[in-house]
Design a binder for this molecule. Structure first.
Ligand SMILES: NC(=O)c1ccc[n+]([C@@H]2O[C@H](COP(=O)([O-])OP(=O)(O)OC[C@H]3O[C@@H](n4cnc5c(N)ncnc54)[C@H](OP(=O)(O)O)[C@@H]3O)[C@@H](O)[C@H]2O)c1
Length: 277
């Protein structure tokens, strides 16, 4: 890439980017940023109630956004979403697999030992995080294979490197997401096109609805012992803010990372680098 192209690498004008979990905390932040950088945004979520506020945040850029109610666990729903995107924007250039999360019932604690975690809750976590990344990658990846170009960006987690206590299924599922990211990167490059890239980000600890019950006391809002342990193990001594993700997301979607595929980028304030000593 020449320097003119590098200077324009953050301009996504004319690119169409689909974001699953796009109405969530992290997905919503990513949608707003990419819309501002010129992209057409397809915000896919099973729960689109948060979408109007995001469209308002996008301001004039919202005219290039489509909100499509989509279940990442239902191939027919994903295919309908892809058709809607192709009708409206003509192509899809990138997919961000942002839908994911833990389930309180798949979490050990005073109320539930590991031995009692219900199979349904364990399956729910694997389905949402792992299958909910694989199915959109099948549906959108097929379109990218046809076009010979495209970018997929998955969302893994710190617990993919080393499991966190209490959340066995979420840790194992995110380890699966990292593993699948590498697998799909190789598969797409070898079987379809070296211009289809697959990468992931691994956010550290961001205070959002899915982990608030673990990290802060519901009554007082104070950090729990777990929340304090995380801050103590994070050299930068804070939780992440959603906009901390944006630089890595934009880089991994842009031509500036044209020779990068199959990597998982930690965005964690140094958590994964710190041995604790
Ligand atoms: N927050 C963190 O600290 C952190 C750290 C590392 C990784 N992550 C990962 O980052 C991603 C985004 O997390 P977040 O904190 O932004 O969570 P979030 O606010 O809960 O966003 C996730 C979104 O996905 C939606 N969703 C759930 N099931 C779906 C389905 N079957 N089909 C389509 N959409 C579905 C959720 O809808 P509902 O509201 O209906 O559930 C929600 O809008 C997840 O993969 C998460 O595991 C988060």
């Amino acid at each position: 890439m020449n320097l003119d192209q590098l200077a324009r690498a953050h301009d996504f004008t004319g690119q169409t980017i689909a974001v699953t979990g796009g109405a969530g905390v992290l997905g919503g932040e990513i949608c707003c940023a990419l819309a501002t950088l010129g992209a057409n945004i397809a915000l896919l979520d099973r729960n689109v109630s948060g979408a109007p506020a995001l469209l308002e945040r996008m301001g004039a850029h919202a005219s290039r956004a489509a909100v499509i109610e989509t279940d990442v666990l239902d191939p027919a729903s994903l295919s309908r979403a892809l058709d809607t995107i192709l009708q409206r924007f003509g192509a899809v250039d990138a997919l961000i697999n942002g839908a994911g999360g833990n389930h309180p019932k798949a979490t050990t604690g005073a109320q539930a030992s590991f031995f009692d975690l219900p199979p349904d809750a364990l399956r729910w976590v694997f389905d949402l995080n792992l299958i909910g990344t694989m199915l959109p990658s099948q549906v959108f990846g097929r379109a990218m294979a046809g076009a010979g170009t495209g970018t997929i960006l998955n969302i893994s987690s710190m617990n993919a490197y080393r499991p966190l206590t209490r959340i066995a299924a979420y840790s194992a599922a995110k380890a699966g997401v990292s593993n699948f990211t590498q697998w799909l990167a190789v598969h797409m490059a070898q079987e379809y096109s070296p211009r289809i890239r697959v990468n992931a980000i691994a956010p550290g600890f961001f205070l959002t609805d899915q982990n608030r019950f673990l990290l802060t006391d519901q009554a007082t809002g104070e950090l729990t012992a777990r929340g304090r342990a995380i801050i103590g193990h994070t050299p930068m001594a804070r939780f992440g803010q959603p906009d901390d993700l944006l630089g890595a997301v934009v880089w991994l979607l842009s031509p500036a990372s044209a020779f990068v595929t199959g990597i998982i980028v930690p965005i964690d304030g140094g958590f994964s680098a710190f041995s604790g000593v």
